[in-house]
Write a protein that binds this ligand. Structure first.
Ligand code: MG
Length: 199
């Protein structure tokens, strides 16, 4: 195998052999996992602005193959990254016509499904939006409610921050960063586990 040497670099999660095969293998000893994702989309006229699963009144929306919801895309990638699953672009290819104009909540739901099937629950999310306009503050409450429903966690576990892109020249785009923390869904104390051998 071309990348056989990667086996020498143990990441402690049993992922080294699988990171290139796109087949996540989680380690039962990992009680928590962290994931990170980011995304950006360019503002464009004639489309609604969607962020965090809500529509925000604004003269321009975000272009993209799907609905351009950069925040949902960043959280989706963070969830997928936490279990070393294929990323959003691999699972939902921008060249695949079936995802044209798709509601990004679908991508998020699939990422969450994979997280749960890997044996993890989402503990909390933190995110930062970077965009010049519109102001996000007035929409944070609705955005948090939307994410709370989509992610099935309390709003108190969802951080949404927003900044303007001063000095980095990205005024024409919306950028989103997200981190997630996963917890193992069943925490059987080690002393109560059945012995791992056959007599
Ligand atoms: Mg995207």
């Amino acid at each position: 195998m071309k990348y056989k040497n990667l086996r020498l670099v143990s990441d402690g999660f049993g992922l080294s052999d699988h990171k290139l095969s796109m087949s996540p293998k989680t380690n039962s000893r990992s009680v928590i996992r962290i994931g990170y994702g980011w995304d950006s989309h360019e503002f464009k006229s004639g489309v609604p602005l969607k962020l965090g699963g809500i529509e925000i009144g604004h003269p321009k929306g975000l272009g993209g193959h799907s609905d351009g919801d950069a925040l949902l895309h960043a959280i989706t990638d963070a969830l997928l990254g936490a279990i070393a699953a294929p990323d959003i672009g691999t699972l939902f290819s921008p060249s695949d016509p079936q995802w044209k104009g798709a509601d990004s909540a679908l991508f998020l739901a699939e990422a969450l499904r994979r997280v749960n099937s890997a044996g993890y629950n989402l503990a909390n999310v933190d995110s930062t939006l970077i965009l010049a306009q519109p102001k996000i503050g007035p929409h944070v409450h609705a955005m948090r409610e939307s994410l709370s429903k989509l992610l099935t966690i309390d709003g108190e576990s969802i951080g949404i921050k927003a900044k303007t892109p001063e000095g980095i020249g990205t005024e024409g785009a919306a950028i989103a960063h997200a981190v997630v923390l996963l917890e193992k869904s069943s925490r059987t104390p080690r002393r109560f586990r059945k012995p791992n051998y056959k007599p």
